[in-house]
Each structure stands twice: as C-alpha cells, then as structure tokens.
Design a protein around this ligand. Structure first.
Ligand code: SF4
Length: 301
C-alpha cells in the first residue's frame, strides 16, 4: 500500500512539475519521499530557488505561508489545511498593535513561527538560529520579541537591549518532560543533550547546547561524541539518524507535535491530483510580510 502510494506520488510529482519539501519534524515516510528536508526557512528558500512551479509543503500553515511570501509566482500547496501551529496562533494583529502602542520606541522582531498578517506588522523576522543576531542588529535599543517567550528569554539573556517579551509558547516544547530527560541522561551518561530554545530555561541548564534544528545538525557534524539526546520534536531524531547513521540518537523530553503529523502520503497524493489546497494571501499582507523576512535576510546574509 505504502509502496503504491509512493510511486503514484513520485510519478505525479514529475507530471505536475512539483517539488516536495518536508520539515524535519515530519514523520519518517514523509521525510523519505521529500526532495528536501530542513527547517522552515531553509525550505522557504528552496521553494523560492527551485525551477518547479508547484511546491508541496509538508509542514504547518505558517511555513507554507512563508514559502508563498518568498515565491509568489509559484503554487504552494499545504496537503492538510488543518495543520496549524498553536505557537503561531497565540498572536494576532490587534494584540500586537496594542503592545506596540505601549512601547512606541521599540521595534518588533518576530519569530518566523507566526502568521503572515502578524509578520506584516513587524520590523524584522528571525529564526531560532539567528534571533540574537537580528535583535542585536535592528536600529533600536528596545525590542518587542514575539511570540515565543522561551526564545525571547534566551535572547534577552545574551543581549544588552531591553527586550519586551510576548507571553506565547510552543506547547510541545514548553511542556518538555524533565523527568524523562533526566532518566534518558542517566541511561546514556556519555551522551550530549541538545535542546531547542523553545524549551523552558530549566531544560537549557541540563543541556550541552541550546540550538535550532539546523544548529543541531551542524553540532553533531563537528562533535566527537557518539551519542546524542535530542530535546526537540521527535521527528528530528529520524532526520539525524538518516544524516549520521554511524551515531546514536534518542529523544529526550517526550516532545511531540500533533500538527506536524497531520500530513500523510495519501494527503500528498490528493494534493498533487487536485493541485490544492493552495496557500493564498492578501497582496498587501504578502508584500509587508516579505519586507520583514527580507530585513532578516539583509541582516544575516
Ligand atoms: Fe508549532 Fe511547536 Fe508544532 Fe513547531 S513544534 S509547529 S512551534 S506547535
């Protein structure tokens, strides 16, 4: 059944001039058929640079929106429209505007895990990897950082700027199971613990390094360790095992995102057959959101 679906998807993908992009938190069978696996920004850049006219985005809505923002001439499909992100959904335009009125001298730096219309209201976007660099580079000593409070706290501990932090969180990372993490560390005392900055500060204190998913991949490449405990969404363990089959990886903290598991092979096939559901944005919102994403690229290169 799975083999039949995979071969139908691959045939249809060529027929429809499509490319399949999958986030590192997607299930193994989706990562296996993707043309590229990566973090949301890497994938959006891949969407912009590909010669294919159709992008099947296997991730959640804000990621597919970012791909559309960066490549408006292409058809970006999200095979499951219900694949949302509770972190992105914890901020909306009016509430951000109220915070901006409270701090009129502050510039807003927005984590890419946010809706397009909120990106359109911000000065610059950032990722977990470049958040500090963006905050340090924007021309204000006062920053509104949204929507993830843990990433905001991580940045504020390293920056001398005044950071006004939005009180949002990724419910999967913010509720990382410390007991499980400690138990896995006891079982693998020689392993390095790598955790995502969306986890709470008490988790960072246990960790050897606090990194985004791209940073974890680079860290493993440069490390002499054989074993790693991964404190981010469990799909990342499959990604690391694929990239480094000679090393050993385990999850720590029971971090599981149900929205990241909503896309299935059958939904990808249906999406290719119907060339939908398509991501569409109001042109003014897309343009302003593009400016915020472009500002990040200008800063970080
Ligand atoms: Fe959103 Fe968290 Fe899921 Fe990422 S892991 S898509 S931030 S809920």
């Amino acid at each position: 059944m799975e083999n039949r679906l995979v071969s139908e998807i691959l045939n249809l993908k060529n027929e429809k001039d499509a490319i399949i992009l999958a986030h590192s938190y997607q299930p193994p069978e989706i990562q296996d058929i993707a043309d590229q696996v990566g973090d949301s920004l890497q994938l959006s850049r891949a969407a912009a640079s590909t010669g294919s006219s159709v992008i099947v985005f296997c991730g959640v809505r804000f990621m597919a929106e970012t791909a559309h923002i960066l490549s408006p001439g292409k058809r970006v499909l999200l095979p499951e429209t219900d694949a949302g992100c509770p972190l992105a959904d914890c901020i909306e335009v009016q509430a951000l505007r109220s915070m901006q009125e409270m701090y009129p001298d502050a510039l807003t730096v927005l984590y890419v895990n946010s809706p397009a219309d909120v990106k359109a209201e911000s000065y610059a976007c950032c990722t977990s990897a470049n958040a500090l660099e963006v905050v340090e580079s924007v021309p204000s000593d006062e920053i509104i950082f949204a929507p993830d409070r843990n990433l905001g706290t991580f940045v504020s501990r390293k920056s001398v700027k005044t950071i006004r932090i939005w009180n949002g969180a990724c419910r999967c990372h913010a509720t990382a199971d410390m007991e499980n993490m400690r138990a896995v560390m006891e079982e693998w005392p020689d392993a390095e613990l790598l955790v995502h900055p969306e986890t709470p500060p008490e988790v960072w204190e246990l960790a050897h390094a606090v990194l985004g998913t791209g940073g974890m991949i680079r860290h493993v490449a440069e490390s002499c360790s054989q074993r790693f405990i991964i404190g981010t969404e469990e799909g990342m363990v499959y990604r690391l095992r694929t990239l480094y089959p000679e090393r050993e990886f385990r999850t720590g903290g029971n971090i599981y995102c149900p929205d990241m598991k909503k896309i299935t092979l059958q939904k990808i096939l249906d999406s290719l057959k119907n060339l939908g559901p398509v991501i569409e944005l109001d042109s003014e919102i897309r343009k302003n959101a593009y400016d915020a994403v472009a500002k990040m690229t200008e800063i970080t290169g």
